[in-house]
Design a protein around this ligand. Structure first.
Ligand SMILES: Cc1cc2nc3c(=O)[nH]c(=O)nc-3n(C[C@H](O)[C@H](O)[C@H](O)COP(=O)(O)OP(=O)(O)OC[C@H]3O[C@@H](n4cnc5c(N)ncnc54)[C@H](O)[C@@H]3O)c2cc1C
Length: 385
């Protein structure tokens, strides 16, 4: 994004340690490729933590701008479920990446592959390793977009943190965000139900509730109703408080409606499935986290349907996470995404310590920060000239 904005006006070179760019972009496209989200204005800004840090960047380049940018390159998009924005059906992620690369090549952006950023030199310019050589590109501005710490196979790892620390830039340790949670299932439960979805549920933690779907895995739970609770789980773990989530298997039924289903009936336990329209997986999960005494009492069973408490033992590892929090501390940054200590160095994307849920917000955050940094550079170039 930054290269696209800058290259019509100045010479831009991209240094990438891999043999190609955009590998995480392609991984992101493997499942549902949410390239942005239809939320705009404050609704979009408030998806980011801290929101204040994003307000200028999102106002300058929001999700509508992302969609127009893609459309100009021949990539129409559509709004899918829960406001997620996808490339039109049939357009593969590799085609989107290819269009972006073609545009940059047309605009004379030069790519240098196999160039790994390894340190800063004594003038605080980045040093790249290429084969056995060390290369220091001389530029007026440097924009770093080295990513977070998950999915290191795509190139992002946190090796760069040490080098930024060496020049006096505070960084925060990376932690998992938008990841699965570990739960101590019984052997029997996981062997039978790993891979089963829990559809149309809501999950609550403290005062936060989210509706959606979760997938039972051999280690715990994943899915769009799990990722949004991670920030809260992380906070509790950091305070040594054991996190407990509460699942509501019937979020559209009130307790009273469920109680009406059993009024006047003597409900033998084996009829719960039919009476409450529960499937085998839901029933087994309720059984696992409800004592036998409560399970056989219909009224307390209803409490378990509406509010099943499940302890979380930990978060899944960083490597597996969709995104990470941590990286360059935000108090090191100017509002325009340059470093306060080195104003010719800009940082954008997941390298910065921010968080956002899944649903297209992560890529949008990367696009917006890169756009805003690039336009700020353009403004300062026009002042200089
Ligand atoms: C499985 C998965 C699914 C996802 N799905 C979505 C989704 O549907 N929607 C969404 O919005 N987001 C999604 N994301 C998140 C999104 O892909 C990332 O937030 C985004 O790619 C981050 O962009 P970035 O440019 O900051 O970093 P990256 O995309 O990680 O790019 C960093 C680049 O820097 C290079 N690099 C790293 N270190 C060096 C070095 N020392 N020298 C030179 N080059 C280096 C890397 O090789 C890499 O090319 C998903 C992520 C994953 C893992």
């Amino acid at each position: 994004m930054a290269a696209d904005i800058l290259s019509p006006f100045c010479s831009v070179e991209i240094f990438e340690k891999g043999k190609t760019v955009g590998r995480k972009f392609l991984v992101a496209g493997n499942g549902g490729f949410n390239i942005t989200n239809s939320a705009t204005g404050n609704a979009l800004i408030n998806k980011f933590t801290p929101a204040r840090f994003f307000s200028n960047a999102i106002s300058a380049f929001d999700s509508d701008a992302t969609r127009s940018w893609l459309l100009q390159m021949g990539i129409p998009t559509y709004i899918g479920s829960s406001g997620r924005v996808f490339p039109e059906i049939g357009i593969k992620p590799i085609e989107v990446l290819q269009k972006i690369k073609e545009k940059l090549i047309m605009q004379n952006v030069q790519f240098h592959f196999d160039h790994e950023f390894i340190s800063f030199n004594s003038e605080n310019r980045p040093v790249f390793k290429y084969q056995e050589n060390e290369i220091v590109p001389i530029a007026d501005y440097y924009i770093f977009a080295l990513g977070g710490a998950s999915w290191s196979i795509t190139g992002s790892n946190e090796m760069w943190r040490t080098e930024f620390e060496k020049i006096g830039i505070k960084t925060i340790s990376f932690q998992s965000s938008n990841c699965g949670v570990n739960i101590e299932w019984t052997e029997d439960f996981k062997s039978k139900y790993a891979g089963a979805p829990l559809k149309n549920i809501s999950i609550s933690i403290n005062d936060f509730t989210i509706k959606g779907e979760a997938l039972i895995t051999h280690y715990g739970l994943e899915g769009n109703a799990v990722y949004p609770i991670i920030a809260e789980v992380r906070k509790m773990i950091s305070k040594n408080v054991a996190p407990i989530i509460h699942i509501d298997f019937k979020p559209t039924n009130s307790n009273v409606q469920l109680k009406n289903k059993i009024s006047g009936l003597t409900v033998p336990t084996k009829n719960y499935k039919t009476v409450f329209n529960l499937n085998e997986v839901q029933l087994a999960l309720i059984k696992q986290f409800t004592s036998k005494g409560l399970f056989i009492q219909p009224e307390s069973f209803i409490s378990s349907i509406k509010n099943l408490s499940i302890p979380i033992s930990s978060l899944r590892p960083i490597e597996e996470s969709i995104s990470t929090v941590g990286g360059i501390a935000l108090d090191e940054m100017n509002d325009n995404f340059s470093l306060k200590k080195f104003p010719s160095i800009y940082i954008v994307g997941e390298m910065l310590d921010w968080d956002a849920p899944t649903g297209g917000y992560l890529l949008q955050g990367c696009f917006s920060t890169a756009y805003y940094a690039a336009t700020n550079i353009l403004n300062s170039l026009s002042v200089k000239n």
